[in-house]
Design a protein around this ligand. Structure first.
Ligand code: NAP
Length: 455
């Protein structure tokens, strides 16, 4: 046991919880801060509602929160209500695990048109993230286009074609259920700039698309065969995931549509180069791409000069996330992350900032599945423990009081447990997994008022 004083963990998502579990095990006290009154980061606000098994990881985090020495301060904006300097004064070390809450943009003409949306906003909207619930999506058109070939693109495509009967039992936010129930979309086109061998999908997610009850999955046969460079890469260095993706996609290309009321069409070697329309998006101009090899052997897409137009009523970018800078902390604009060496925060010149650490997507970028953050947080905590053992951490005693920050009291773990019980009970009454509270005000209220009093 190395531990002693208190450590602040900023961000109550998977990376924050995995780090907290190890730190508590080493004898440190942990104060966890989050911007929202609720914990669990992307497990609550990112994982698609039709994937409840993935969300079950919160049981592991509940066990961590039950350990002696853990405290939660929800609804606190670090950098604003409590500054970097205040955290450094109050704690032996501060570990930031704030994730990547902004989306990446394409930077092409027409991106500002109505109807062109950030996928990350849409994900937050259907998951009831308080910062996104006021958004409106016009689902009265026939075709949506999703740009990107990762799992987020597939989540969005699925959410747009699932039947109401499939969504209702889940924890999809109430406003999203109502809007999706009135959707007139018939087709969702998912665009990959590279080919079938370069999809960033994982196999189960891609397979799941072929099992949808209300949508046929369509792959054009002439796009299903890898180009020669990709075929030779698959045969030599290609990983198993890529090989299986190519097989799954070939299977989809061989299928005859079964006349379901919706279709998900996976297109490859197509890059949007402009969104067209007067005030709203009406079409996407696409470059038809070919795969070429880089000097280092990487395979990338280049335009063949051929262009196509695809009518579109709605567009979502799902080309990756970026982190948002935290006031007062170094931030690498180019990489969209907090600069660090093995989890130790550095300034932009690479100088270590003693006692400050980073873990999860804000450390390494948005990649991997939830469990990947366990290893990532483990590496950061190892750096912290070695600094502690070397006497490089400040010696600070924990303050016993529950801080009142920025005029509003923070939401405690007990407060979150009240919110949780309240949402589960509301859900039970509606035959749903959970009925989420979606505004900061109602979440704060539920955190302090017993369920019985709210009936
Ligand atoms: P991602 O896996 O990094 O995929 C991003 C996609 O966007 C790639 O296909 C990329 O193509 C494409 N892209 C990037 N820039 C582009 C551009 N300018 N034009 C066109 N396409 C562009 O990101 P993500 O889907 O946001 O997912 C983030 C992480 O969360 C991933 O690790 C993912 O597996 C994980 N996740 C997991 C689940 C799950 O397990 N069920 C669900 C959701 C998310 P290139 O490859 O050509 O760059």
């Amino acid at each position: 046991m190395i531990g002693a004083g208190p450590i602040a963990v900023v961000g109550a998502g998977p990376a924050g919880f995995y780090a907290a579990a190890t730190l508590l095990g080493e004898g440190f006290a942990v104060d966890m801060y989050d911007l929202l009154p609720t914990p669990f980061g992307l497990v609550r606000a990112g994982v698609a509602p039709d994937h409840p098994k993935i969300k079950a990881v919160t049981r592991v985090f509940d066990k961590t929160a039950a350990l002696a020495g853990f405290r939660f301060f929800g609804a606190v904006e670090v950098g604003v209500e409590i500054t970097r300097e205040e955290l450094r004064e109050r704690y032996c070390a501060v570990l930031y695990a704030t994730g990547t809450s902004a989306d990446r943009r394409l930077g092409i003409p027409g991106e500002e048109l109505a109807g062109v949306h950030a996928g990350s906003d849409f994900v937050g909207w259907y998951n009831g993230h308080p910062h996104h619930v006021r958004r409106r999506y016009d689902l009265s058109g026939r075709r949506a286009v999703v740009v990107g070939n990762g799992n987020v693109a597939l989540d969005i495509a699925r959410m747009l074609v699932l039947e109401l009967d499939e969504l209702r039992p889940t924890d999809t936010a109430g406003h999203a259920l109502t809007a999706l129930a009135g959707s007139r979309l018939e087709e969702v086109v998912v665009l990959g700039r590279r080919g079938v061998a370069q999809g960033a999908f994982t196999n189960p997610e891609l397979r799941e698309l072929g099992e949808l009850s209300a949508a046929d999955v369509v792959v054009h046969p002439d796009e299903a065969t890898p180009d020669p460079l990709s075929a030779s890469w698959l045969a030599t260095d290609g990983d198993g995931t890529a090989r299986r993706n190519v097989e799954i996609l070939a299977g989809y290309a061989a299928r005859a549509p079964e006349g379901r009321r919706r279709r998900v069409v996976l297109r490859f070697l197509r890059s949007p180069i402009a969104f067209l329309g007067e005030r709203r998006v009406e079409a996407v101009r696409l470059a038809v791409n070919a795969i070429v090899a880089d000097a280092d052997g990487g395979l990338r897409a280049v335009s063949t000069g051929i262009e196509e137009e695809l009518d579109a009523d709605l567009v979502f970018r799902a080309i990756g996330y970026r982190s948002v800078p935290i006031q007062g902390l170094p931030y690498d604009e180019r990489l969209g992350r907090i600069p660090n060496v093995d989890g130790r925060i550095t300034d932009l010149e690479g100088r270590i900032q003693p006692g400050e650490y980073v873990a999860g997507w804000v450390k390494r970028g948005p990649s991997g599945v939830i469990g990947t953050n366990k290893k990532c947080a483990g590496e950061t905590v190892a750096a912290l423990l070695s600094d502690a053992a070397a006497g490089r951490l400040a010696s600070v005693a924990r303050t016993p009081e529950h801080p009142v920050l920025g005029g509003s009291p923070a939401v405690s773990w007990e407060g979150w447990q009240r919110i949780d019980a309240h949402e589960l009970e509301l859900g039970r009454r509606q035959g749903r997994a959970r009925a989420k509270l979606v505004t900061i005000d109602e979440l704060r209220r539920a955190a302090v008022v017993e369920l019985a009093a709210q009936r």
